[in-house]
Design a binder for this molecule. Structure first.
Ligand code: GLN
Length: 309
């Protein structure tokens, strides 16, 4: 059945557009579509080119939140960023001006993520980025690095993100300089990984931070619980409520077309229990979510009854 869902989605007419506001992403191949699903026993279902490389983009917001929260403790992170959904686009500036004290609403929008990037362990951009790539490597079991072409391309067009960072600095939410926070955030967005890696990260969150391969906890249960709540309420930008209702699992998307999903308990063919799902298809809708990715997730959630609600 899942095979026929994949085939129906891949053969549907192309809709959406590439994230061409980041020049380096405007050249991606439009018709890529990959899926990787892994359960807690290591059983796998995969379709398409799941070893193709993508950049994390906004999915990095979950990883940097986990590293910062575990480094400083959740309470200290919450002094600088709230955990409330906005209903605004991911790169919106408006609330930094009108909300009380201009505090960023949550770590899944750019304002919150730029703040969190500045709180990561280390005193240089390199050290802060490394704290996140090292963390991801522990989960995926392989090295991860920044795609500097994508990073440079974003830096050159980071007008809104730089404006957001300036507001944050003016209101005293950033550690270090505006440029350091911006560079760290955009390097985190440019970390490369595969659909398979996304699924492993999704499983890691489903297990509340237990690294099953080593039977070792990398983050606290509290950090994992906050991350899942943030993904469910804010993970798909200003479509988060709609997808909580129609898919109902914690997810985080990025404008590169990747989606990371975490299933607390379910059964998909011979896979069962806790699962991670990675999907990747670079054509995104006007909100910034992968068109085919979301279509596929909606169909499998319905068919296998994956919603937590
Ligand atoms: N790097 C992108 C940006 O800040 C990430 C956005 C996204 O994936 N939604 O604009």
């Amino acid at each position: 059945m899942i095979q026929s869902i994949f085939e129906a989605v891949i053969s549907a007419p192309e809709k959406g557009h590439l994230a061409d506001y980041i020049p380096a992403l405007a050249n991606q191949s439009k018709n890529l579509f990959a899926v990787y699903i892994i359960d807690e026993k290591g059983e796998v279902l995969s379709f398409g080119d799941f070893k193709d490389v993508l950049t994390l983009q906004s999915i990095s917001k979950v990883m940097s939140f986990m590293v910062a929260a575990d480094h400083l403790g959740i309470d200290q992170v919450l002094e600088k960023v709230d955990v409330e959904p906005t209903g605004d686009p991911f790169n919106s500036i408006v609330r930094l001006e009108v909300a009380e004290k201009g505090k960023p609403f949550n770590p899944m929008i750019n304002a919150g993520a730029i703040t969190v990037a500045s709180l990561l362990p280390g005193n240089t951009v390199e050290a802060r980025v490394k704290s996140v790539t090292d963390f991801i490597s522990q989960v995926t079991g392989r090295e991860h690095s920044v795609n500097y072409k994508v990073f440079q391309s974003e830096m050159e067009t980071a007008y809104r993100n730089r404006a957001i960072a300036n507001y944050l600095k003016a209101n005293d939410y950033l550690r270090g300089t505006v440029e350091e926070a911006l560079e760290t955030y955009l390097q985190l967005c440019s970390i490369e990984l595969t659909t398979e890696d996304l699924a492993k990260l999704g499983l890691f969150i489903a297990t509340d931070g237990l690294l099953l391969t080593e039977n070792k906890n990398l983050i606290t249960r509290k950090t994992a619980r906050f991350s899942k709540a943030l993904m469910m309420t804010c993970g798909l930008y200003n479509a988060s409520g709609k997808y909580a209702a129609t898919i109902g699992i914690p997810m985080k998307s990025g404008v590169s077309g990747g989606v990371l999903c975490t299933v607390q308990n379910g059964q998909i063919e011979h896979l069962q229990g806790r699962m991670g799902i990675g999907v990747f298809s670079p054509m995104i809708d006007e909100i910034g979510n992968s068109v085919k990715g979301m279509d596929f997730l909606q169909k499998i959630s319905e068919h296998y009854n994956l919603s937590v609600f």
